[in-house]
Design a protein around this ligand. Structure first.
Ligand code: GDP
Length: 196
């Protein structure tokens, strides 16, 4: 419901191609195959706003979606796909780190993690780049439907404890695009950011 007005706006593969910073951007980041595209599509209530990847790591672009009124969702390239050539990995590491650290119009980061494999070293890397900005992070533990209720609850608790210990200004929730779990909670957080 929140993003029903989302329209594809622009793609960029380097920082100099980004639109001028204005208004409010909410970025989505995550390992490739973490369920990032599915989460964006579920929140946007569309099937293919963000293209759900059949080949992980194939498309490497920063995709901007306009919500109108100078509000944007930004789909960052998935990271951690082993078969990406080294030069491209280095390029995206540099683009992601600088985007997260320096982008003035970036308001908050939605970090997508597969609930079965949360807080990988690369997820920590993203947090380490972004946390010094003091901007908020909201973690979606996706594919929660693949865990039992008990596993999901203990994963949520463990991730929350770890984030509280290491990173201030971070919230975390369970999410499932397949079973449509956690939509209200995610929409409330992102909606709050967008209306700042
Ligand atoms: P991305 O590479 O991070 O954008 O991940 P995708 O959204 O393309 O999803 C990767 C794979 O995980 C696809 O096969 C999806 O169907 C699957 N997937 C994504 N979200 C969920 C979910 O909530 N539950 C389950 N069971 N599978 C999911």
């Amino acid at each position: 419901a929140l993003f029903q007005e989302a329209q594809f706006f622009i793609s960029a593969d380097k920082l100099t191609d980004l639109p001028p910073p204005s208004g409010i951007e909410i970025a989505f980041a995550g390992r490739s195959n973490s369920g990032k595209s599915s989460a964006i599509n579920t929140l946007a209530n569309r099937n293919r706003l963000a293209f759900v990847s059949k080949t992980p790591g194939r498309t490497q672009l920063i995709n901007f979606f306009s919500l109108g009124n100078d509000r944007f969702l930004v789909d960052l390239p998935g990271y951690g796909y082993a078969k990406v050539p080294e030069a491209m990995r280095v390029h995206w590491q540099s683009v992601l780190s600088r985007y997260l650290m320096e982008r003035e119009s970036l308001y908050g980061l939605v970090l997508i993690m597969d609930a079965r494999h949360p807080l990988t070293p690369l997820d920590h890397q993203m947090l380490n780049w972004f946390i010094p900005t003091c901007k908020p992070v909201h973690v979606l533990l996706t594919k929660a439907d693949k865990l039992s209720k008990q596993q999901a609850t203990s994963t949520l608790r463990a991730v929350r404890t770890e984030l509280e210990r290491t990173y201030p200004n971070c919230t975390v929730q369970l999410f499932s695009s397949l079973k449509r779990v956690g939509l209200d909670e995610a929409e409330a957080m992102i909606g709050k950011w967008l209306s700042a």
